[in-house]
Design a protein around this ligand. Structure first.
Ligand SMILES: [Cu+2]
Length: 130
């Protein structure tokens, strides 16, 4: 018969508590998600937008911000602000006038918690067909 070892049991219990506490701890830095955009997702615009803006729930370093037309062709954007700093908002000017059609804003970035993320926003510019 083995002798009871209460200290060992107590240590195992303490270890489990520590593992659970660490495992469920929230990171000190936040994971950024898209909060809102201009144009908004699914927006139907009667005039072409002069700028694009994305706002995030936490600062994000947006490494890629692209505007694609419905043929998948990239349209020029003029990024505003820093591309290397983490900011709660990413903005870009849209040079010229976008012809009527469906567009897609694609972004990728790095959250303060180290996670890479991205997404897309679609909008439509209405107008006379050529
Ligand atoms: Cu994250």
């Amino acid at each position: 018969m083995s002798r009871p070892i209460p200290y060992a049991h107590a240590l195992v219990a303490l270890g489990l508590v520590l593992v659970l506490a660490v495992g469920t701890a929230r990171p000190a830095t936040a994971h950024a998600e898209l909060r809102a955009s201009e144009p908004a997702e699914g927006a139907v615009l009667s005039a072409p937008p002069g700028r694009i803006a994305l706002s995030f729930t936490a600062p994000m370093q947006v490494t890629s911000l692209r505007l694609l037309d419905e043929a998948g062709e990239e349209r020029p954007l003029r990024r505003e602000g820093s591309r290397t700093a983490a900011t709660a908002e990413a903005r870009a000017g849209v040079p010229g006038l976008l012809p009527p059609g469906t567009y897609r804003v694609e972004y990728r970035g790095l959250s303060a918690d180290g996670h890479v993320g991205g997404g897309a926003v679609r909008f439509r510019v209405e107008g006379r067909t050529r």
